[in-house]
Design a protein around this ligand. Structure first.
Ligand SMILES: CC(=O)SCCNC(=O)CCNC(=O)[C@H](O)C(C)(C)COP(=O)(O)OP(=O)(O)OC[C@H]1O[C@@H](n2cnc3c(N)ncnc32)[C@H](O)[C@@H]1OP(=O)(O)O
Ligand SMILES: CC(C)C(=O)C(=O)O
Ligand SMILES: [Mg+2]
Length: 505
């Protein structure tokens, strides 16, 4: 059995534009639990009060999976990480220190001896607080293998129950990694009593191949993320890894606890939460992964699906029969759909959402899954004390400067302002800039149609820069000017005094 350690909420969140608020992390963690992952790395508790709160809250919410927090070999990090995970049913402390020459010399400014001492000291300290300890040798694949064996021996003697061999910069190749792990297995005393974990980055597009090679060499845990998000080019993608093991069970002869039918839900939920789209040719979860365009392939698939499909789409949760939601649907069907899409809600939340659902179904014939995601994403974005759009009017005609008037509320104050620009959206952003009185630069802006038909919902995703920091905003509406204003409001609410409502659905 291969343990799946999901780090979507920690390493995944380290990818630019993938930050999640607490309510988004809770929804995602619940979905990861339905997916059946063994370990959820909930965050790096000491890195910020927000990270602490989310690790602490996830430790309360998650019942089956182990909940881990990352910590440096620093007392304060370990204390804070333990405080955050201590209420979990199965807590884990994940302690790390770099072991490559380049990291030790330039980053840590430590000698090999100092690194070994520090590992001994802080893994023992972590062990005095928590039974389940993972130790990671950051940049392991660029470390001297003999030194690495000493590193792991030290960590195991100090109480580590899992040792992790990360390919931090995505440098290694599959055969090389396979041999490297074999060498570590042969050269490290006590390694037979602990889990061997791997954590691969995708800088050369080899993260999944390297993880699979590591499994063949004896790794018992793989670290990965949904949709492969993560630092730089990302981490090994959970769905690719798991489906490779499942589809080629004849070769790998290994199982995981993953409920593969939950893969599509997990992937869609993350993509909706982060606003990061999945490329159509992405293996397993891309729009084209099970699509057949050419005649010869279509002919083959019509006669026998397996001529061109190595996986059954149903095995990842595609093509499930589902109830069609519309203006005549009731709360049971809405709850059923929300659960099917990976959202858990209580009765009060259902009442509130049902009102929004009815408003939408009055204007749309059919409410698609994407519409439901859109309603939920709006709920996640609620901000207490932040700006709230009340109304807007746009005046535009070909070749002339456009004007947009926005009426907006912040706490009890209603503000009305006019902006001008090249087109109504440019004018709306000019107006929002004046309202917030801040120096804001628009860095990225895209609008996607998220549902079908002429009444489709448009999703705006943008990034703005303020005070050297980048803030992402999302807005959804059947009116693209409104979705753009909502996205802008969502972005500026993150720095203009609003506080994300932690218990929003
Ligand atoms: C490979 C990975 O993914 S590692 C995880 C990366 N994730 C993150 O860094 C996200 C969160 N990080 C943060 O918010 C901040 O970096 C913090 C709060 C953790 C630390 O912030 P700061 O104290 O300002 O330090 P800063 O980030 O500038 O530098 C890192 C410091 O940690 C030290 N350090 C790095 N790794 C380790 C380690 N594993 N154990 C002990 N010390 C370490 C560095 O040497 C440096 O020390 P110095 O301040 O004495 O020079
Ligand atoms: C903290 C460690 C496991 C990491 O993310 C890496 O080395 O990539
Ligand atoms: Mg990493």
């Amino acid at each position: 059995m291969i343990k799946i350690f999901d780090t979507t909420l920690r390493d995944g969140e380290q990818s630019p534009g993938c930050s999640m608020n607490l309510s988004e992390k809770i929804q995602m963690a619940r979905q990861l639990e339905r997916l059946g992952v063994d370990v959820i790395e909930a965050g790096f508790a000491s890195s910020s009060p927000g990270d602490f709160r989310s690790v602490e809250e996830l430790s309360r919410v998650i019942k089956n999976a182990t909940v881990a927090s990352l910590a440096r070999c620093v007392k304060k990090d370990i204390d804070i990480a333990y405080d955050a995970v201590k209420k979990a049913v199965k807590p884990r402390l994940h302690v790390f220190l770099a072991t490559s020459e380049i990291h030790m010399k330039y980053k840590l400014e430590m000698t090999e001896e100092e690194v070994l001492e520090r590992i001994q000291k802080y893994v023992s300290y972590a062990k005095s607080k928590c039974d389940d300890i993972e130790f990671s040798a950051e940049d392991a694949t660029r470390s001297n293998v003999k030194f690495l064996c000493k590193v792991f021996e030290t960590a195991i003697e100090a109480g580590a129950t899992t040792i992790n061999i990360p390919d931090t910069v995505g440098y290694v190749t599959p055969n090389e990694y396979h041999n490297f792990i074999k060498e570590i297995k042969e050269g490290t005393k006590g390694i037979e009593n602990v889990d061997i974990s791997v954590h691969c980055h995708n800088d050369l597009g080899l993260a999944v191949a390297n993880s699979l090679a590591a499994i063949e060499a004896g790794a018992t845990q793989v670290e990965c993320t949904i949709n492969g998000i993560g630092e730089r080019a990302g981490n090994a993608s959970l769905e690719e890894l798991v489906m490779a093991l499942k589809t080629r069970k004849d070769y790998y002869k290994k199982d995981t606890n993953i409920v593969t039918e939950e893969i599509m839900n997990s992937s869609n939920l993350l993509s909706h939460i982060t606003g990061v789209k999945i490329s159509p040719n992405k293996p397993i979860v891309g729009k084209n992964a099970f699509a057949h365009e050419s005649g010869i392939h279509q002919h083959g698939v019509l006669k026998e699906r397996t001529t061109y499909e190595i996986m059954d789409p149903k095995s990842i949760g595609l093509n499930k029969n589902s109830l069609v939601l519309g203006k005549h649907s009731g709360k049971h069907a809405l709850r059923d759909k929300l659960n099917e899409l990976g959202y858990e809600i209580n009765d009060d939340e259902l009442e509130e959402l049902f009102v929004k659902f009815k408003e939408l179904s009055d204007v749309k014939k059919t409410v698609f899954d994407e519409d439901i995601h859109a309603i939920m994403i709006r709920e996640f974005q609620k901000v207490e004390g932040g700006y709230e759009l009340i109304d807007y009017n746009a005046f535009t005609s070909d070749g002339k400067e456009s004007k947009t008037v926005i009426k907006i509320k912040k706490e009890d104050e209603v503000i009305e302002m006019v902006g001008s620009g090249r087109g109504p959206i440019d004018a709306a952003f000019d107006c929002m800039g004046k309202i917030s009185g801040s120096d804001i630069k628009l860095k990225e802006f895209s609008i996607y149609s998220v549902t079908q038909g002429k009444d489709a919902l448009g999703e705006t995703i943008l990034r703005v820069e303020h005070d050297g920091e980048i803030y992402a905003g999302k807005g959804i509406s059947s009116d693209i000017i409104k979705s753009s204003i909502l996205a802008y409001v969502n972005a500026i609410n993150q720095f203009s005094g609003g506080e994300v409502i932690e218990d929003a659905i």
